[in-house]
Design a protein around this ligand. Structure first.
Ligand code: MEV
Length: 289
């Protein structure tokens, strides 16, 4: 048996804008998803379509055990983490000799097949590689890690990433003179954010602006607004929607000592909060469970 884990992700800046080739900055976060794979000729059918597709892609069969503390369907890349951890564990168990880059590529294909075409290459790349990842000029590269204290607030309002991406496309087609410059501005915020990673006060302000621009392109939700305002009132440097919007999660950048206060404020405002930080490792071998 082989056990591997992989992290989730948040967008610090640039969600939706990256769909239009503008820069974005994503970050691998804890908690990790753990997957054990055991060679098995006639395993029970996998419950997750992602896991079933991983085995189809690799042309092997095995039984799987998954342990996850990450909320699913919340925009935190949990399906990508399950996919990456399954591929990594199967790669190990069957000694397939795949490199990390290859695993990231196969993981993206798995997500595309399961999600019928629309899948974020960022989710699978960040989960495989870990760290802070700048998406720019059609490529993804890691930027030097920094210690950011983040609090994630889950609105628990369900949303569909593909519907939100469609919605922005419709807005953009209907009002190009308004939406194009906003997407450009979001891209500019990403680049400014990368320059200010060591300056949390400024970084927080940039996150606030990014949040306003996400509202302006139509992916806001009252539950997200409520959590963002609660986080700022509880002392966050800044807060914004993360991921596709229309529900799902927000993130707050916290001073070193204020994380629990902010998490409490998010819970009090109807969200479900957890404190997190950068995961620099990506997919990793674990002791078997
Ligand atoms: C979703 O987490 C982020 C989006 O930018 C979509 C994507 O990057 O594929 C909305």
């Amino acid at each position: 048996m082989a056990t591997w884990s992989a992290p989730g992700k948040v967008f610090l800046f640039g969600e939706h804008a990256v769909v239009y080739d503008k820069p974005g900055l994503a970050m691998a976060i804890k908690p990790r998803v753990l997957v054990s794979v055991r060679r098995h000729r006639h395993p029970a059918p996998a419950k997750s379509p992602y896991i079933a597709q991983c085995f189809r892609e690799l042309g092997v069969t095995g039984s799987v055990y998954v342990s996850s503390q990450m909320p699913s369907s919340a925009g935190l890349g949990s399906s990508a983490a399950v996919t990456v951890a399954t591929l990594s564990a199967a790669n190990d168990e069957f000694r397939l000799g795949l490199e990390r880059e290859e695993i990231a590529g196969i993981a993206h294909r798995v997500e595309q097949a399961v999600q019928k075409g629309r899948a974020s290459p960022t989710d699978t790349y960040v989960s495989t590689m870990g760290g802070l990842v700048l998406i720019m000029d059609g490529a993804r590269r890691r930027v030097p890690p920094v210690n950011l204290n983040l609090v994630v607030g889950n609105t628990q309002v369900s949303h569909s990433t593909s519907r939100m991406v469609e919605l922005v496309a419709e807005e953009r087609a209907a009002r190009p003179a308004v939406i194009y410059p906003i997407l450009d501005a979001i891209g500019a915020l990403t680049l400014e954010g990368v320059r200010k990673l060591e300056d949390p006060k400024t970084l927080g302000k940039l996150m606030d602006t990014n949040h306003a621009l996400l509202d302006a392109i139509g992916v806001g939700h009252p539950a997200l607004t409520k959590l963002v305002l609660a986080a700022r009132a509880a002392g966050a440097f800044g807060a914004k929607t993360t991921g596709a919007g229309g529900g799902g999660c927000m993130i707050a950048l916290s001073p070193k000592t204020g994380k629990n206060r902010i998490a409490g404020a998010l819970d009090g405002a109807g969200g479900r909060a957890f404190v997190t930080s950068l995961d620099t490792v990506g997919a990793r071998k674990e002791h078997d469970v």
